[in-house]
Write a protein that binds this ligand. Structure first.
Ligand code: TPP
Ligand code: MG
Length: 592
């Protein structure tokens, strides 16, 4: 069938149901964006491509439906790098469309040239450049299927002079196939090990959220065994938070109950998780990973099995299918050993942690440092981070989707909200980019317009995406609620300065004259300041009502003291030593 290259491209997008594109408009993409409206594709033009990419990530994580990012070749595309790598470690299947400088001129250094394949080589699960205009649909179809199969971003690079050509092709069929269900022998062994375990524990990762029916399958298995279920770092929605067997997130600022329970395991079923090393670092001084336990690791990607931990049985497969298959093979008496003791211990450990968490109001200083004492004394009437989180919890609807950001206050939040369904918690993940909270929640709301959404960010991280306030107020953008923790500092890094660099605060202070609520208002949005717990709870309740019932976006600037929780990287930091010494007198004037 005769068609133009851009028609072939858009018809292929339609065949895969890709309905949302995020980016900034540019001449190299106009031949296709021109026909987006006709095709039923909405182009969300953002203020910065970096945030556009994170909106795409948020949309797809909240819906399970693939979306795409697209921008101008060169500088538009380079702005996507952080978002694409973030999506990679969030296991988000996204389509990255990178128009390229024209084949006719590339290499001459004309305009907006960039080696865009090398640029993303380490960020995407798959990439391919279109070699000939007639292969545009074939290539795009393959790239999209690879993104789905690998559950990661995949890139199609298209020389811009391939647009507006007439080709004679068929649009390729979408080949769907079933995901692997795990090796037979491995499943039998896993079922045997779990059947006879004295203290089985399940650890759910992102794979459980991504697999169809994964959470439900893990719930059935957990109930058969009365096994506590922990979730991996930043995958807090991988098991229902209101379930008696839910033990909470492991890792940085996670659930002490989860850590204590998993430390007692003799068999751990790690379901849909690559067991990334950051996820199982000691927390609250507890080195909880059960080194003597038998470990069953289930991941759809064989390369990730046994990569970081000693594994007894590896199973390559879909988390839901494998959980069901294991459940089907459990013996009649599976889980019976010490069942009552285990159930009692789970309840007791959870309740002790819940009480401890409620009583925690202030952050602790390490021996020899007193930053938190000073921070409290300097602003005695201000909320502490944990006071803010408690005030937020009081107004956060249980069905809300929330996003998080990288920073001390967002990290403290790891132990607070829990979720009763998957695709509710959009954390920046293991690439750890500041600036994720706002764009991710905007993308989520686009995908789930009838669900309340609340974005979170520290005031430094928020500054990275603040320019999106100039984009999201336009009529066709849905209303959201965003909370900014206002402590006038890049807090997470400041904690490092107090711990390892003798309070030598380089680059940690923010401008106290800036009002984010004021910026929101200047963008035509609602901006409010909350100084007490009562004000914060009331502001959030009103903002959600405004979001859901009046189509209004609100930014809440939550004014908090400068207390700082645990540092991110105790594992990677040590006090500096001076050997040769550094002297300002050695600085020279450069020759100009
Ligand atoms: C893009 C990016 N730049 C820098 C960092 C390093 N970093 C991690 S946390 C952090 C401080 C965050 O400060 P803020 O957002 O104000 O939150 P707070 O810690 O004060 O709660 C920084 C700079 C990062 N993770 N990502
Ligand atoms: Mg801050």
């Amino acid at each position: 069938m005769k068609m133009t290259t851009e028609e072939a491209f858009v018809k292929t997008l339609q065949r895969h149901g890709i309905q949302h594109a995020f980016g900034i408009i540019g001449s190299a993409m106009m031949p296709i964006s021109d026909i987006f409206p006709k095709a039923g594709i909405k182009f969300w033009d953002c203020a910065h491509e970096g945030s556009a990419g994170m909106m795409s990530d948020g949309y797809t994580r909240a819906t399970g439906k693939m979306s795409m990012m697209i921008a101008q070749n060169g500088p538009g595309i380079t702005n996507f790098v952080t978002a694409v790598k973030t999506a990679y470690w969030n296991h988000t299947p996204l389509l990255l469309v990178t128009p390229q400088a024209a084949n006719k001129t590339i290499g001459q250094g004309g305009f907006q040239e960039m080696e865009q394949m090398n640029l993303f080589a380490d960020c995407v699960a798959y990439q391919e450049e279109v070699r000939d205009p007639s292969r545009i649909a074939e290539t795009l179809n393959r790239v999209i299927m690879q993104a789905k199969r690998a559950s990661g971003p995949a890139q199609i690079n298209i020389p811009r002079d391939f647009w507006t050509q007439v080709i004679d092709i068929e649009i390729p069929e979408v080949v769907e196939f079933e995901v692997p269900q795990g090796g037979e022998n491995a499943i039998t062994r896993a079922a045997e090990m779990l059947s006879t375990a004295k203290f089985p524990v399940i650890l759910n990762g992102a794979g459980v959220v991504l697999a169809k029916g994964g959470i439900e399958a893990s719930r059935v298995l957990a109930e058969r065994l009365d096994a506590p279920v922990c979730v991996g770092y930043q995958h807090n929605d991988a098991f229902p938070g209101n379930h008696p067997l839910f033990a909470g997130p492991l890792g940085y600022n996670g659930s002490k109950a989860g850590m204590e329970l998993i430390s007692k395991a003799d068999v751990v079923l790690c379901l849909g998780t690559r067991l990334n090393p950051f996820s199982t670092l000691p927390g609250y001084g507890i080195d909880y990973w059960p080194k003597e336990a038998k470990i069953i690791q289930v991941d759809i990607n064989a390369d990730r099995i046994g990569l970081t931990k000693k594994v007894t049985v590896g199973i390559v497969g879909d988390a839901a299918k494998v959980a069901k298959a294991i459940t089907a093979q459990l013996t009649e008496t599976a889980g019976d050993t010490a069942r009552a003791d285990r159930t009692a211990l789970i309840a007791q450990t959870k309740s002790a942690w819940a009480q401890e968490l409620t009583s925690m109001t202030d952050e602790q200083d390490d021996p020899g440092t007193d930053w938190n004492v000073r921070a409290r004394a300097a602003k005695p009437d201000w909320m502490s981070p944990r006071m803010a989180w408690r005030a937020i919890q009081a107004a956060l609807p249980v069905e809300a989707i929330i996003s998080s950001d990288i920073g001390n206050n967002c990290a403290i939040g790891n132990a607070y909200p829990s979720f009763n369904e998957g695709r509710k918690y959009l954390a920046p993940g293991l690439f750890g980019p500041c600036g994720y909270g706002l764009p991710a929640i905007v993308g989520a709301k686009i995908g789930q317009p009838h669900v309340p959404v609340v974005g979170f960010a520290g005031d430094g991280a928020f500054g990275i995406s603040v320019n999106e306030l100039t984009a999201i107020g336009r009529g066709d953008w849905p209303a959201i609620t965003q909370i900014v923790f206002r402590n006038y500092q890049w807090g997470a890094e400041k904690r490092n300065s107090t711990l390892w660099f003798d309070d030598n605060f380089v680059g940690t202070e923010l401008d106290e004259q800036v009002s984010y609520a004021g910026i929101a208002q200047a963008c035509g949005l609602q901006g409010v300041v909350a100084r007490t717990q009562e004000e914060l709870t009331a502001a959030l309740a009103k903002a959600i009502d405004d979001q859901m019932n009046h189509g209004k976006t609100t930014l809440i600037e939550a004014m908090i003291n400068q207390e700082l929780g645990d540092p991110f990287r105790r594992d990677a930091m040590k006090p500096p030593v001076s050997v040769a010494g550094i002297d300002a007198a050695d600085m020279r004037e450069p020759a100009v």
